[in-house]
Ligand binder design. Structure first.
Ligand SMILES: [Zn+2]
Length: 334
């Protein structure tokens, strides 16, 4: 007897046996069934409720996350959580604000009578493009930025001068005497101060210009990928911009050319140093049209697109270093 047949005959026997008992149990089963139906109905209602709620939170095209179970509010409602309002930190009061769909730093700042720089600085926001829905922002009662004292020799006077702010206000907000000595690493709130240009451009993502001004496409992103040579998982330290051979390559930011040469991996390459701790590397060039020591601007051509070194076709490999660490170029240009 095949296993299936055995199973089937046994199933039939069992069915006969249990059907007798089943009559007795029918009433009980009916009750169970009713309960089950009721439960099922409840779960359907619940499921619809969940779908409806999640619909509200997903599909806004902006990404970000919503805290599950958070009560829904209309867009017109300004949601201010009066947390820590009584807590005075260095003479400033803080409240928190939960980021909503469609929020922009500029609008939030305006609503609270502060500046974009204030929100960016106090919340240590690295990119104004990545304001996540559901995150809480600290909102200080006055506009200004946070500042970390760089060395013991700094004074409130020197900092006020650098940021073009009132020294008396700085001292008052931070509860310092005007001749107070400052310790490197300590934090100050600089009332009415603005972020410096480089920091602001980094956050806005417009510090760099794309080094290719002609048509190109992104043939490989920054980050982990499978190697085009070995297929193995490898880290791609820049972006690959594929375009016609011979296309002009421009400096991505003003600076000074620090080195040029040939390398087995990057082929003909150029490295440029910039302000703000930045360096850029341009690889696989068919020709280098600059020299070390040369001052370059946004419209300086430094080379031509090629396929020298380890390359599968004509493209520019472009790496950005910030204080020696590779960063994603796509976060730094528009
Ligand atoms: Zn590359």
């Amino acid at each position: 007897m095949f296993f299936e047949d055995y199973c089937f005959s046994r199933f039939m026997d069992d069915l006969k046996y249990y059907s007798k008992r089943a009559v007795k149990k029918l009433t009980d089963i009916k009750t169970i069934e009713c309960t089950a139906v009721a439960l099922a109905a409840c779960s359907v209602v619940l499921a619809f409720g969940l779908i409806f709620t999640s619909k509200e939170e997903v599909g806004n095209g902006q990404g970000g996350f919503e805290t599950p179970g958070y009560p829904a509010v209309t867009d017109s409602q300004v949601e201010v959580e009066a947390v820590n309002t009584d807590e005075y930190v260095s003479g400033i009061s803080y409240q928190s604000y939960r980021v909503r769909r469609g929020d922009m730093i500029g609008i939030i700042a305006e609503n609270f009578g502060i500046t974009e720089d204030t929100i960016i600085s106090v919340n240590n926001i690295r990119s104004s493009r990545l304001l996540q829905i559901g995150t809480y922002l600290k909102i200080p009662s006055i506009p200004g930025i946070l500042y970390t004292v760089k060395s013991d020799s700094e004074t409130t006077e020197s900092i006020s001068k650098k940021y073009e702010i009132d020294n008396a206000k700085l001292c008052a907000v931070n509860r310092l005497d005007s001749d107070a000595s400052l310790k490197a690493g300590s934090m100050l709130f600089l009332p009415e101060a603005k972020l410096d240009r480089v920091t602001r451009q980094e956050i806005n993502g417009d510090l760099f210009k794309k080094p290719i001004h002609a048509r190109w496409y992104l043939s490989s992103r920054f980050g982990w990928r499978s190697s085009p040579f070995t297929g193995a998982r490898s880290y791609h330290s820049g972006v690959d911009m594929a375009c016609s051979p011979g296309t002009n390559i421009f400096a991505a930011m003003p600076g000074v050319v620090t080195s040029t040469g040939y390398n087995n991996v990057y082929g003909n390459y150029v490295i440029v140093s910039h302000h703000g701790g930045y360096k850029t590397l341009y690889g696989h060039m068919s020709a280098i049209t600059t020299k070390p020591g040369r001052v370059v601007s946004f419209d300086s051509v430094i080379g031509k697109v090629g396929s020298t070194g380890m390359s599968t076709g004509p493209h520019l490999h472009f790496t950005v270093f910030k204080n020696g660490k590779q960063v994603n170029p796509q976060n730094l240009w528009n």
